[in-house]
Ligand binder design. Sequence first.
Ligand code: XIL
Length: 363
Amino acid sequence: MIMKKILFFALCGLSVFTGANAQDSEKSLKEAYKDYFMIGVAVNQRNISDSMQSSLVRREFNSITAENDMKPVSVHPEEGKWTWEKADRIANFCRQNGIKLRGHALMWHNQMCEWMFYDKQHNLVSKEVLFERMREHIHTVVNRYKDVVYCWDVFNEAIKDGPRNPEGMDQPLRESTFYKICGNDEYIRKAFQFAREADPNAILFYNDYNECDPVKRDRIYEMVKEMKAAGVPIDGIGMQGHYNIYGPSEEDIEAAVSKYAEIVDHIHVTELDIRVNKEMGGQLRFSRNENAKITEEQKQMQEVKYATVFRVMRQHADKMDCVTFWNLSDRDSWLGVNNYPLPFDKEYKPKNAYRVIRDFGNK
Ligand code: XIL
């Protein structure tokens, strides 16, 4: 009898053990990272309607960003005209599945409501008119999704690329139409104030690319630091994370997160992908690598880079709240399928890079 009992418990133990093991090896990304940060994905309409794709989204991710459907031009193409259908579908998908939604983006020089900048004669409006239009836009969008959106990219990509001015003062701002109208950074400050007014509970981000480049990193750091000191409600910095297999280096990624962590309590990697050519960043002109096949060496390098990014981010889990991939699979990637930038391939199957990320590979 005693022997039987021992055998019974031993078997139970064994089955619990193998059960845990089996589960472990099938762990999803969000489960693997639950003690560190959320794992997000940028979605298009197919990703949330196709049953295979949407179950993959539900299984792997606990934060969603609308790839395009909440951007200014998508929801507010003309003065007084609001087009909510696609954004609503994404918000409803999140509500129904208990997935958190990152709002992206309230203000950006691309995919912007161009009409906001001009009067009926197509002259630039005054900054007062621009601010009033921004206020109405930001209040309306933020209010509509308040119940489900937990954070917003309030201003996207306001800092310019390129080296510092060797002669004297560095003008850090992108020379966008916002800048042309205002002549200084007031439009950024206003955007954050309007977002805070509209939702005091949302976490408000400044989001940018090439954020690990030391020159651009310092411009972002200095701007956010100075604005926070002046009372502008910026809670977080979004590191877009459009990287490639060659860079940025571990040292540059580490240095950027550490610097940002000095001035904000929330850091997100907002748009992670690792392409196989030498381009990087958020510029909308890039090579789609037509017909290029990924080589074994490139695959390895991509795995190393993904391992590095996630290792650094895990080390900063105290301030890192969420790491979001920009798109679900290589097929969906804005960079084109032949840049092979994501952990899921064009058939939505996990690559080895997926396992490296999930299993905390230290390549
Ligand atoms: C991209 C989308 O993925 C594309 O579909 C669209 O054509 C252009 O914008 N930085 C950002 C994202 O903040 O919104 C951009 O998304 C990629 C660069």
